[in-house]
Design a protein around this ligand. Sequence first.
Ligand SMILES: O=c1[nH]c(=O)n([C@H]2C[C@H](O)[C@@H](COP(=O)(O)O)O2)cc1CO
Length: 144
Amino acid sequence: MKIYFCGSIRGGRDDVHLYRRIVDKLRDYGTVLTEHVSSSELTDRGEDAKAAGDKLIHDRDMDWLRQAEVVVAEVTQPSLGVGYELGRAVDMKKKILCLFRLSSGRTLSAMIRGAEDSDLFLVRDYREDEAENVLEQFFTNLRM
Ligand SMILES: O=c1[nH]c(=O)n([C@H]2C[C@H](O)[C@@H](COP(=O)(O)O)O2)cc1CO
C-alpha cells in the first residue's frame, strides 16, 4: 500500500520528532512516499528548491498523492502546504486520517475538523503516547 504522509515544513518544524515516529509506524503498513517530511535534517526552509524550483516539489508531491491509497496528516502545527494537500486529497477521494493533539492548546481549523465525514475523512484527537495505537486501529479498520 502506498501512503502519503503530510506534516508541516515551512509552517514550522516543532513536531518533527513526532513525524518521525508516525512515519516509522506507517512503514509497517506500506510504502511511505513522503518520508522526507519526517527527516530531522529538513529545516523550515524546505527542500533545496534552487535546482528545480518549488514547481518540481509541488508536481512531484501531487503525483505521489495521486498514487497513494491512504493519506495520513499530522495537523497540529498549522501548515498551508498540508491544508492544500488535504484539499486536493479530498478532491481525489482518498482515504484520509488527520491527527491532532489537543494538548497543543491550539484549535484545529474548521476547514479540517469540519471536513470530517463518516466515510473517507477522519479526524482523530490523540496524545503523543497514543500515536502508534491510533495508527494501528485505523489500518486495522481499513482492512475490514
Ligand atoms: O520542501 C517541501 N517539500 C514538500 O514535500 N512539501 C510538502 C510536504 C508537506 O506535507 C507539506 C508541507 O507544507 P509547508 O511547507 O507549507 O508546511 O508540503 C513542502 C515543502 C516546502 O513547502
